[in-house]
Design a protein around this ligand. Structure first.
Ligand code: ZN
Ligand code: ZN
Length: 369
């Protein structure tokens, strides 16, 4: 059984457990997770219908025939051509699967025009969200997923080292030029595409956690927050280092950097099965609060990472989810001093039976390499 089929079978068990009759997926990370077929959302009807038992089926435009057969283990394809009424294909499939009046979980990211269409086509059905079964399933990664995430981690590590070796060469580059250089190297290192907008925040721009990059030139002594990653098999890398490429850092920087590094280390040491997610946030926050920077740590400590770069489990106060082996998330505390600089250090970790394994291992020091 392929990893994708295995995930579909586990999805079916959960559908039954929550009293749902089928999941109806739209081109999304859930659809890829279950089928192996990856596509961007588009204006044509393309669904994967997973009944709570039996085999799943695609409803798809005819032009996708070969593409789906190559990518997916799902053999049942209900194809329609431009000019046909795809709603009729959906209605026929629902009748055959005996889910016309059932409880259907639709993809959370399905476009409203398609959910509306499903409601009109299946007026007796009731609807819920596919996240009800998929969020929990996807939180524990299988071996194939961990392998992809490890490789995405290696890509980020390699580029992290290469970029830090620029040293003096980075002085005078704009943030945008540096971000372009990072993205070029991510591709050269084997990344498929950037996993999110690359962040190169120099000097005061580093104090804005979601600043991306602009035309500000990097100066000697500037701390630069570098947060980037590329995906491998659809699984993202996500790593942050804060670097001074050349010159002396601003006053107080070394202490702030060391505080963040210790906070990150404390959170990683706290990570093991059975510990509530919020305790990991607490471990990092305590170090930063004790150093007097509690007010300047303005975001949660981390987020789960999988086919979506932000997914469960969130490492945040109030999340009592107990960690289990196979969960993957970021540990990324930061301190942000408005108008001056910011520091963030981020690695992805996978929870193991006895603790955790880091998926990133490039140096966490601030000096150029
Ligand atoms: Zn990041
Ligand atoms: Zn992150």
């Amino acid at each position: 059984m392929s990893a994708f089929e295995d995930r579909t079978r586990r999805c079916q068990q959960r559908l039954s457990a929550v009293g749902a009759d089928a999941a109806v997926l739209f081109p999304s990370t859930n659809l890829f997770y279950a089928s192996g077929f990856r596509e961007e959302p588009g204006e044509r009807h393309l669904f994967l219908v997973i009944p709570s038992d039996g085999d799943p089926a695609f409803v798809a435009p005819e032009m996708y025939d070969a593409q789906i057969r190559d990518a997916s283990w799902v053999e049942d394809l209900r194809l329609w051509s431009d000019g046909d009424d795809p709603a009729q294909v959906v209605a026929d499939l629902a009748a055959e699967f005996e889910i016309r009046g059932g409880h259907l979980l639709v993809d959370d990211t399905m476009w409203a025009r398609f959910t509306q269409d499903l409601r009109e086509t299946l007026p007796e059905a009731t609807f819920g969200l596919a996240s009800e079964v998929f969020d929990d399933l996807r939180m524990r990664k299988d071996d194939a997923e961990l392998d992809s995430l490890r490789r995405a981690g290696e890509v980020a590590d390699r580029v992290s080292v290469e970029i830090r070796e620029l040293g003096e060469e980075a002085i005078g580059m704009t943030e945008t030029e540096l971000a372009d250089e990072i993205e070029r190297r991510l591709a050269a290192a084997g990344g498929e595409e950037v996993a999110f907008g690359t962040i190169a925040g120099s000097g005061p721009n580093g104090a804005k956690p979601h600043h991306r990059h602009e035309d500000r030139e990097i100066r000697r002594g500037d701390p630069v927050v570098l947060d980037f990653g590329a995906s491998v098999d659809g699984y993202p890398g996500d790593q942050t280092r804060t670097v001074v490429f050349a010159g002396d850092p601003p006053e107080g920087y070394e202490e702030v950097h060391e505080t963040v590094r210790k906070a990150q280390q404390a959170a990683i040491e706290a990570t093991e099965p059975g510990v509530p997610a919020e305790e990991i946030d607490r471990a990092a926050r305590e170090v930063i609060e004790n150093a007097g920077y509690g007010e300047e740590f303005v975001h949660r400590t981390g987020h789960g990472v999988g086919l979506d770069v932000h997914e469960d489990p969130y490492i945040v106060a109030g999340n009592e989810t107990e960690l289990e082996a196979g969960m993957v998330f970021s540990v990324e505390p930061g301190i942000y001093l408005p108008g001056e600089f910011g520091v963030r250090i981020e690695d992805l970790v996978v929870v193991t039976e006895s603790g955790c394994e880091r998926l990133n291992d490039s140096p966490r020091t601030w000096e150029s390499l």
